[in-house]
Design a binder for this molecule. Structure first.
Ligand code: HEM
Length: 374
């Protein structure tokens, strides 16, 4: 099978991919909670299979706890921690890793099944195989991140945390994009469109991605614990200690928490304003399909919510629930941006007519009718 035209069973394949995307979104939130509860380095080793089994008796717990006692985090910050307290941080990290393994199973088993049933066009199978490789890399990146927190310093490297977060968002976006392409009957590589709104939307996706990376740096460096005020930082828009002469250019951006927070805020504000501009423009263009205008509205609301959550997280000095919601908001905003970008790139009314079977002027099979006018 070589075509992306709607074929029998395409909806099932798309639903499976959306389910995987949902699992990745949940994974990002679990990852956020793991970090916020300072649980990330509680398990100091990585075993793909045996790691699934949690400690089953007091001896097992003691053994794991002893390993944690050797970490800089225990020695420098948590030396008062008891085995019972250790269990809480263990479970968050264990759930995080278990969810990662589950995503692997939920991706690989149906992939093989659909391939066996000849439900995947060959290029789609290849794209999904590449996703599988990227997903495995993400597992490795997670371990690479944890390693940075069990040897030299009491927490994981903010840069590694950001790479791990960014990779998760990238995977989420790719899975969503391929799923959307399937239900709309276009090739996932159809990215180019003449529409100016589609171009702006793509630029905005990149800007949201950049803001998310800067958010990862903010979270990883605990930069949400300085200047807990909005809209100013101290007495001004740009705080006086934004630039520390004692640090090099790069270190200012990578380790000065004030600069890190400032970069995240300013990126979020500019991105937020541009999202409002695009969403309002698309919404009020009557020639756009209803589904595109609705997607623009969701995109707008997601941005407003995310900015509101960001401000609340900041001024309340990073309470766990708000910070976790802010993390979820980032995935939701990115996801709604992917949907709008996809619709704008592939779903302009004139282009949609291509999905009507030319032979009999009947809508092509499975779901294609939905593309015509919603
Ligand atoms: C486009 C809008 C925004 C996006 C996409 C975004 C995204 C993110 C992401 C992905 C994180 C990392 C969360 C984590 O790893 O736990 C983060 C952290 C953070 N963001 Fe935002 N953010 C946005 C707007 C804002 C705004 C407007 C503010 C405040 C002025 C803000 C304040 C913070 C703070 C304080 C943290 C650190 C929270 C923590 O330590 O867990 N964000 N942001």
């Amino acid at each position: 099978m070589n075509s992306y035209e709607n074929y029998e069973g395409v909806e099932q394949v798309a639903k499976w991919l959306f389910f995987c995307a949902l699992m990745i979104a949940i994974m990002v939130v679990i990852g956020g909670i793991t970090r916020l509860t300072e649980s990330g380095v509680s398990i100091t080793e990585w075993n793909l299979m045996t790691g699934i089994i949690p400690p089953l008796n007091p001896q097992d717990w003691q053994e794991l706890y002893s390993k944690y006692q050797n970490t800089p985090q225990f020695k420098e910050i948590n030396s008062h921690m008891t085995v019972d307290e250790f269990q809480t941080i263990f479970w968050w990290e264990w759930i995080h890793r278990l969810w990662g393994r589950l995503i692997g199973v939920v991706f690989v088993v149906p992939l093989l099944w659909f391939a066996w049933k000849n439900r995947l066009p060959s290029t789609l199978f290849l794209s999904l195989a590449v996703l599988l490789i990227l997903g495995s890399m993400q597992g490795y990146l997670g371990w690479w991140m944890v390693q940075s927190g069990i040897k030299d310093q009491p927490w994981v490297s903010p840069v590694r945390l950001t790479v791990h977060l960014g990779f998760a968002i990238l995977l989420f976006g790719l899975v969503m994009w391929i799923g959307l392409s399937l239900i709309r009957g276009v090739s996932p590589t159809k990215f180019y469109s003449k529409s100016r709104s589609a171009l702006v939307s793509k630029i905005l996706l990149l800007m949201i991605f950049g803001t998310i990376l800067l958010g990862g740096m903010t979270a990883g460096s605990r930069a949400g614990l300085v200047y807990n005020q909005f809209p100013l930082m101290g007495d001004g828009f740009i705080p006086s200690d934004y630039w520390l002469a004692t640090l090099s250019f790069w270190d200012n951006g990578l380790i000065n928490p004030v600069a890190i927070q400032f970069h995240h805020r300013i990126a979020a504000e500019i991105t937020g304003l541009l999202i409002i501009g695009l969403a309002v423009t698309v919404y009020y263009k009557r020639h756009h399909q209803k589904i595109i205008r609705r997607a623009a509205l969701v995109f707008l609301l997601a941005a407003l919510l995310q900015i509101g959550l960001g401000i609340a997280t900041l001024v309340m000095a990073v309470p766990i629930v708000l910070a976790a919601l802010h993390q979820f908001g980032a995935v939701f905003l990115f996801g709604s941006g992917v949907v709008l970008t996809h619709l704008l790139s592939t779903g302009e009314p004139r282009e949609d007519k291509r999905f009507i079977s030319e032979k009999n002027k009947q809508p092509a099979r499975h779901g294609a009718t939905r593309q015509i006018d919603q």
